[in-house]
Design a protein around this ligand. Structure first.
Ligand code: PMP
Length: 388
């Protein structure tokens, strides 16, 4: 029996780039002391107060089918959060609760693209983006953001291919580059989107992790709320990766259609998880700041160590929990460097190439282990790189 072409084509015949990650995990399973600076998973667990709220909700009986678009309480809290942070009037009808940002990305593309349509995304990109687009039967088309521009996309590069596209996926703060798109960058993108009648799918799952500058949601720019679907998540902001809880914010009509999609796919999100998320949002920005703080510290540790040498360069990340290092001075590809680093130093990082062609010759390091261990690992990485 053959599977559908759509699902067989999800990875377009290529790998999904996680080979090194799985190799590192295998080495750990075999007992090797590998330092993992790979995926965006916090080194802290979900806060005990959130877990207690989850337990209370489950024990109180919120374990049956839950409201498919999300509970009124959580939808209202998300709407209030988005209104306060962006100034765009947002209410419950603009919010769909989904099981994590990834499922929101899939649903948003499903809702805006027909079979064979072209969907733009910015390279370097979060590794699932092209597969998400292919998964809804559309054609992914990458627009490069260049290291020499600090990985800010150029509106002119998007405009050059916008005529053939229906959607544009952006991500700020950005994984993997740490770029936080400036207001000017976003205004340029918004003009192109309006001129070419594009939907913008704005992945803002790192919006609580800003180290420099400000987070601007493209939905808040003039004329953009009617064409923007914002993807949010509690994974990064509240260290709730395993709870699978996020949202899509957008125009009421398409949120209604997306709710019908949820009825036919996820059938909603567990009620006790939604109650835990509601509790967490009611705690306000203090908890979010506490969860984000370690990444800012490790970013500083890394930048201080980088300043002590001048061969390996980084564009200091303005947001998110990663740092991209430019390894081109070693003459190695990101992939070769990462594999050698794993074999010879037992340090696992992600090769830039899995995030797109614009990230070739780079590696991405996650700032996700305790400060002291992070500093030591990064020192070893730099010594190793400088000896090549
Ligand atoms: N977008 C980006 C840019 C991400 O890095 C991730 C997770 N690493 C996601 C979306 C999905 O996150 P989740 O499904 O856990 O909300």
């Amino acid at each position: 029996m053959r599977a559908s072409k759509r699902i067989e084509n999800l990875l377009a015949g290529g790998g999904d780039g996680w080979a090194l990650f799985f190799r590192a995990r295998q080495m750990v399973a075999e007992g090797q002391p590998v330092t993992e600076l790979t995926i965006g998973e916090h080194d802290i667990r979900t806060d005990p107060s959130i877990l207690a709220a989850m337990g209370r909700a489950a024990e109180a009986g919120h374990t049956g089918y839950s409201a498919i678009p999300g509970t009124d309480r959580l939808r209202d809290l998300v709407a209030r959060r988005v209104s306060e942070r962006t100034g765009v009037p947002t209410n419950r009808e603009n919010v769909l609760i989904v099981p994590g940002g990834q499922s929101g990305l899939f649903a948003a593309h499903h809702a805006t693209l027909d079979e064979g349509d072209t969907a733009l995304f910015i390279d370097p990109y979060y590794a699932t983006y092209p597969g998400t687009i292919r998964g809804v039967g559309a054609r992914p088309l990458a627009v490069k953001a260049l290291p020499e521009d600090g990985f800010q996309p150029r509106a002119s590069a998007i405009a050059a291919v916008a005529a053939e596209a229906k959607t544009l996926l952006i991500n700020s703060p950005n994984n993997p580059t740490g770029a936080v798109y400036t207001r000017q960058t976003l205004e340029g993108i918004a003009e192109v989107a309006k001129a070419h009648d594009l939907w913008v799918i704005s992945d803002e799952v790192y919006d609580t992790q800003i180290w420099n500058g400000e987070h601007v949601s493209i939905r808040s720019l003039p004329g953009m709320d009617e064409r923007t679907l914002v993807i949010g998540s509690m994974s990064k902001s509240h260290a709730m990766t395993g709870s699978r809880i996020g949202w899509i914010v957008g125009p009421e009509a398409i949120i209604g259609l997306l709710t019908t999609l949820s009825t036919h796919t996820t059938y909603g999100v567990a009620g006790f998880i939604q109650d835990a998320a509601s509790f967490a949002l009611e705690e306000g920005p203090k908890l979010e700041a506490e969860i984000a703080a370690p990444f800012a510290r490790r970013r500083k540790i890394a930048l201080d160590l980088l300043a002590q040498q001048n061969r390996i360069k980084a564009i200091p990340p303005d947001g998110a929990m990663y740092m991209m290092l430019d390894m081109r001075a070693t003459g190695l590809s990101g992939e070769t460097f990462a594999n050698r680093l794993l074999d010879e130093e037992l340090i696992a990082v992600m090769p830039g190439e899995i995030f797109g062609q614009a990230a070739a010759g780079h590696i991405r390091m996650a700032l996700t282990i305790p400060d002291e261990a992070f500093g030591k690992a990064f020192e070893r990485l730099l010594t190793f790189a400088n000896a090549i």
